[in-house]
Design a protein around this ligand. Structure first.
Ligand code: SAH
Ligand code: SF4
Length: 364
């Protein structure tokens, strides 16, 4: 049983609670106010299922109750600081947060799928040499609400299509913000949250070994993408400083805990990790795990001093993987004209300075 008074004293941030916690929190608050318990069934859906921008808009509730909710549980909103639409339909949203920090999310349409690439931190501490977010450094963790509200804000905007899939491939390393990401996964997935199927939610990580175990323990079939980028410790160390803390071999061992098929992300960088013999080494790692390999062209925004692989080298790399029985897909860049590919996100906003809104600024 929940201690009512205790819950009533807790956080005002309903959007960072799992739906079950939010229900208990609202129920406790209603009880303290002497309101009928059935009101919880009107209030809870306003968080995620039929979201409102502010309690005032929940017009099925009596006005005094709406005012009470507004005092007790303000619903923070992001400010859309910039919005760009690429020629290929990719949309980039730059959101200003309450404290003046900013994050990006990217909506990528692909057939009937609309994948929203969301951020889990402002910046990232891990400094992979090819990554634009890494160059920003770490600024802060996002709350569970700030992670899930990247979807919520789109639902609140009539102009934006609803995402069908979510990938944690925006700014930040999700497994270094586990407590918030853990709750956000629940919010994204549960029917009384955003109701997105676990198979439509992908967490991307460089492999924070202890937290891979925590993710593996979740019963839902969330998809896992591991940003590998290198099949040997030497190559990985030169690209990803995290190799010093969590070595490639430990990451691969940790993947044995997952019952589901893992995807390896591999950004092809000319002369660094795209040599044919490295494709063979990668196949040796991927084949026993049955892992799928996503080969990604290097996005030029991440590292001006690195070159993307030539078309011929990329094709040969993919061919060698396939020859060894590994499913490999050579991806193309999306949203290039607006620097909006996943992993490309770097806030071009001066801290605490607001950029004028550029609604639908089409980049031609
Ligand atoms: N920190 C997590 C999730 C965010 S990065 C991770 O690294 O997995 C999301 C993806 O974008 C990762 O696979 C990352 O390696 C990739 N990425 C980063 N910089 C890139 C670049 N310049 N070009 C292409 N992909 C890049
Ligand atoms: Fe961080 Fe991922 Fe970028 Fe590496 S690739 S710096 S882990 S966001």
């Amino acid at each position: 049983m929940f201690d009512m008074q205790h819950i009533a004293e807790l956080t005002p941030d309903l959007l960072s609670l799992t739906p079950a916690e939010a229900r208990a929190r609202i129920a406790a608050w209603l009880a303290v106010r002497g309101e009928p318990p059935y009101r919880v069934r009107q209030i809870l859906p306003r968080l995620w299922q039929r979201p409102v921008g502010s309690w005032e808009d929940a017009t099925d509730l009596p006005a005094p109750l709406r005012r009470g909710l507004d005092d007790a549980f303000p619903l923070p909103r992001f400010e859309l600081a910039a919005h760009q639409v690429s020629r290929d339909g990719t949309e980039k949203f730059l959101w200003a947060l309450g404290d003046g920090e900013a994050i990006e999310s990217v909506l990528i349409p692909e057939g009937r799928r609309r994948t929203l690439c969301i951020s889990s931190q402002v910046g990232c501490a891990l400094g992979c040499v090819f990554c634009a977010t890494g160059r920003m450094g770490f600024r802060r963790n996002l709350s569970a609400g700030e992670i899930a509200c990247q979807v919520r804000e789109l639902l609140l905007r009539d102009a934006s299509p609803q995402p069908t899939n979510v990938v944690f491939m925006g700014m930040g390393e999700p497994l270094l913000n586990w407590t918030a990401v853990d709750a956000a996964l629940t919010i994204l997935n549960q029917p009384d949250g955003l109701g997105i199927g676990a198979r439509h939610i992908t967490l991307s990580t460089v492999g924070i070994v202890p937290n891979l175990t925590l993710l593996a323990k979740r019963p839902e079939q969330f998809r896992l993408a591991v940003s590998l980028h290198a099949p040997t410790p030497e190559v990985r160390l030169a690209l990803m400083p995290i190799e010093k803390k969590y070595a490639l071999s430990e990451v691969l061992t940790a993947l044995g805990q997952f019952r589901r098929r893992v995807t390896f992300e591999y950004v092809l960088i000319g002369g660094r990790n795209d040599m044919p013999e490295l494709a063979d080494r990668l196949a040796d790692l991927a084949a026993p795990l049955g892992a799928l390999v996503n080969l990604l062209p290097l996005h030029p925004g991440g590292a001006p001093d690195l070159a993307r692989s030539s078309r011929a080298a990329s094709a040969e790399f993919a061919r060698r993987l396939k020859a060894r029985g590994v499913t490999a897909v050579l991806r193309r860049s999306r949203g290039l004209d607006i620097a909006a590919a996943c992993g490309q996100l770097r806030v071009e906003l001066e801290p605490r300075r607001k950029v004028p809104a550029q609604e639908h600024a089409r980049v031609e």
